[in-house]
Design a protein around this ligand. Structure first.
Ligand code: ACO
Length: 327
C-alpha cells in the first residue's frame, strides 16, 4: 500500500511579540486573567514586512530544506488559510511563484483553524493513488489583521504564523497518514465570523450600518463546541482504525486555549508528556497552529520515526477533524 509520509517540517512566525503586558496597555485585561482562562503569555503579530504569503513561503522553504526536497519536485501545493493576502489569487499560487515550484498545482483550503487537517486530508489520497509523488501542505493565518484590538474578548487570543510539511508517496511502509475524519456544522457559522469584505458585503460598497468590520467570536459557544468536537473527532478516527488512545505517542491538538487542550487530553486519558502544548508562546494561529506545533515538536526531539501522532483541530465554519499519522 502506498502512503503519504511526512518527510520534512518547518515553521515561520513574525518577529514582533505581543505580550500580555502589551495588551494590558491596550484593553482592560491583565496577565493573570489571560493565563488562567487561555494559557497564553504572548503571541506573534505581523509587522510591515510580513504577510500571509511571506510567512507561508518561509515555512515552506524550511520544510523543503528539512526534507532535502527541491521546489521543482513539488507537484501539489495546498495552503490551509482564511486570511490570504487577497480574495484571489489564492495564497497557494503566490507561494508557488515565490518558491519557483514550476511543476506544482496549487489550491487553498478554507477551513479556518482546521485548515491544516483538511489540507493534509485533501492531498493524501493524491499521493496514495499515485497521481503525484511529492506535495507541500502549509497552514497559515494572519488573524491579527482582522482582530479588533479594542475588544478584550478576542484580541488576547489570536496570533500570526505558518507551518508546513513535505509529504511524499512511499510504498511498503506503515508510516504516513493512516486515516482522517472531517466534520462540519454550518448552523454554527454565526459563532465565529468575518462578515465584511466578502461578496455579500464587498468593501467598495462601504461598511453597512451596524456591521462589525472585525472578527466576531461568541467565546462561550465556541468553547463548548470545541471541547466536544476535539474528543469526538479523535474517538471517531481511532474507532475507524482499530487503534486506541493509549497507542498515541504524541497528541498535537489545535492550540487555541490551554483549557480546551487539557479537556481533550483528559477525555482521551493521555498523560501530560504525550500532549504537545505551545499555545503560551503563540496564542491561536488558526491554520498555522498544528503545523507550527509539529515543527517545534520535531525540533525538540519529541517526534521519532514510527511514532503515532494524533492531530486534531476545530474552527470557524464550524469545522473540525483529526488526522492519525505514523511519523
Ligand atoms: N480580560 C479580562 N476579562 C475578560 C477578558 C479579558 N481579556 N475577556 C473577557 N473578559 C471577561 C468577560 O467580559 C466576562 O466578564 P463578565 O462576567 O463581567 O461579563 C468574564 O471575563 C468571563 O467571560 P467569559 O467569556 O465567560 O470567559 P471564558 O472563561 O468563557 O473565557 C474565552 C473566554 C477565553 C474566549 C473562551 O470562551 C474561549 O477560549 N473560547 C474558545 C475560543 C476558541 O477556541 N476559538 C477558536 C476558534 S477561532 C477560529 O476558527 C478562527
Amino acid at each position: 500500500m502506498t502512503r503519504a509520509v511526512i518527510h520534512g517540517v518547518g515553521h515561520a512566525v513574525p518577529d514582533k511579540v505581543l505580550s500580555n503586558a502589551d495588551l494590558e496597555k491596550m484593553v482592560d485585561t491583565n496577565d493573570e486573567w489571560i493565563k488562567q482562562r487561555t494559557g497564553i503569555a504572548e503571541r506573534r503579530v505581523c509587522g510591515p514586512d510580513d504577510s500571509c504569503t511571506s510567512l507561508a513561503v518561509t515555512a515552506a522553504q524550511r520544510a523543503l530544506a528539512a526534507a532535502g526536497t527541491s521546489a521543482e519536485e513539488v507537484e501539489m501545493i495546498v495552503v490551509g488559510t482564511v486570511t490570504g493576502d487577497f480574495p484571489f489569487p489564492s495564497c497557494s499560487c503566490l507561494v508557488q511563484d515565490h518558491l519557483g515550484a514550476t511543476n506544482a498545482g496549487a489550491f487553498d483550503v478554507g477551513a479556518a483553524c482546521a485548515g491544516f487537517i483538511y489540507s493534509v486530508a485533501s492531498v493524501a489520497p493524491m499521493l496514495e493513488t499515485g497521481k503525484i509523488r511529492t506535495a507541500l501542505v502549509i497552514g497559515v493565518d494572519v488573524l491579527s489583521k482582522y482582530v479588533d484590538y479594542s475588544d478584550r474578548s478576542t484580541c488576547v487570543l489570536f496570533g500570526d504564523g505558518a507551518g508546513a510539511v513535505v509529504l511524499k508517496a512511499e510504498e511498503a511502509t506503515d508510516r504516513g497518514v493512516i486515516d482522517t475524519v472531517l466534520l462540519s456544522d454550518g448552523s454554527g457559522a454565526k459563532h465565529i465570523k468575518m462578515e465584511y469584505g466578502g461578496t455579500a458585503n464587498p468593501p467598495h460598497q462601504g461598511l453597512p450600518e451596524g456591521m462589525n468590520p472585525f472578527l466576531f467570536m461568541a467565546g462561550a459557544e465556541v468553547y463548548r463546541f470545541a471541547v466536544g468536537a476535539m474528543g469526538d473527532a479523535c474517538e471517531r478516527v481511532l474507532e475507524r482504525t482499530g487503534l486506541r488512545a493509549s497507542d498515541i505517542d504524541l497528541f498535537v491538538p489545535h492550540q487555541a486555549n490551554l483549557r480546551i487542550i487539557e479537556s481533550a487530553a483528559k477525555r482521551l486519558d493521555l498523560a501530560d508528556d504525550k500532549v504537545f502544548i505551545n499555545v503560551q508562546n503563540y496564542g491561536n494561529t488558526s491554520g498555522g497552529s498544528i503545523p507550527i506545533a509539529l515543527s517545534e515538536a520535531s525540533a525538540q526531539g519529541r517526534l521519532k520515526k514510527g511514532d503515532l501522532v494524533m492531530t486534531v483541530g476545530f474552527g470557524a465554519g464550524l469545522v473540525w477533524g483529526a488526522n492519525l499519522i505514523r511519523w
